[in-house]
Design a protein around this ligand. Structure first.
Ligand SMILES: [Ca+2]
Ligand SMILES: [Ca+2]
Length: 249
């Protein structure tokens, strides 16, 4: 039914002109808010529907598009978040090693770690060596009464969180420590043990051609640093595209 102007309604209905006001209102209770001398329009006629169907569809479409964008970006955001956590640990390791070098003027590894004229193989942050114990200022698997020969002052150079479910942190709360990444693998630490201020760049033998054979910016043969650290990433395989490394973003 099409709503009519109540004033027109009153004027068009000749019979209504003859009835008393109270009788008129009985017949048209929806017009009770109309002053007899003042032409007004019922409130329901002034009230516009909140949304038309088209407006509703437009809103739903926009929400669907936004939701799609968020969902499509979620894996990338989660990956970047994980990488950031690992990078923070790598930064903590690197800072701790740098502070150790300032304190002791050497690397926090035994002198016999070097092999000939080449830099030593990567040192892992597991319990196969004393690197993490040394950086934590611990006794490094020796008896508690004897100081760690690599850190006789017992200085704590690093502070790592305790791992949850065996990942992302110190996998045990006391010596021998194991520091593991988000996927439970130890970090790999390269030292310039031959002291030529460069480390062979692991990127040149990376299995991912985007890294090892980039036409735009091929990796340099050597890194101009004395410490390089990396996580082998989610695939738990060395020198693949998902490695998280200290020498590039
Ligand atoms: Ca070197
Ligand atoms: Ca990897």
């Amino acid at each position: 039914m099409v709503d009519a102007n109540p004033r027109d309604l009153i004027e068009s209905d000749q019979s209504l002109k003859m009835v008393p006001r109270h009788r008129f209102l009985e017949l048209h209770p929806e017009l009770t808010d109309i002053h007899p001398m003042k032409p007004t329009i019922p409130a329901r006629m002034l009230r516009r529907e909140a949304f038309t169907l088209i407006e509703l569809l437009v809103v739903i479409t926009i929400i669907a598009i936004l939701a799609g964008l968020v969902i499509s970006q979620a894996p990338r955001i989660m990956r970047e978040s994980r990488e950031l956590e690992v990078r923070n640990v790598i930064t903590g390791l690197k800072t701790g090693i740098a502070n150790y070098q300032v304190e002791y003027n050497r690397f926090p590894i035994p002198a016999d770690s070097a092999s000939g004229d080449e830099d030593a193989q990567a040192i892992l942050t597991d319990d196969s060596n004393t690197l993490v114990d040394t950086l934590m200022g611990d006794s490094a698997q020796s008896s508690d009464s004897e100081p760690n020969p690599l850190n006789p002052k017992g200085i704590q150079f690093c502070d790592f969180r305790i791992a949850k479910n065996g990942v992302n942190g110190l996998a045990n709360s006391q010596s021998p420590y194991r520091l593991v990444d988000l996927w439970g693998s130890p970090y790999y630490v390269l030292f310039d043990t031959n002291q030529d201020r460069k480390i062979t760049n692991p990127d040149i033998s990376n299995q991912d051609p985007k890294i090892s054979q980039s036409a735009i910016s091929p990796p340099p043969d050597n890194l101009p640093t004395d410490v390089a650290i990396y996580s082998i990433g989610q695939d738990k395989t060395q020198q693949t595209g998902d490695d998280i490394v200290s020498w590039r973003q």
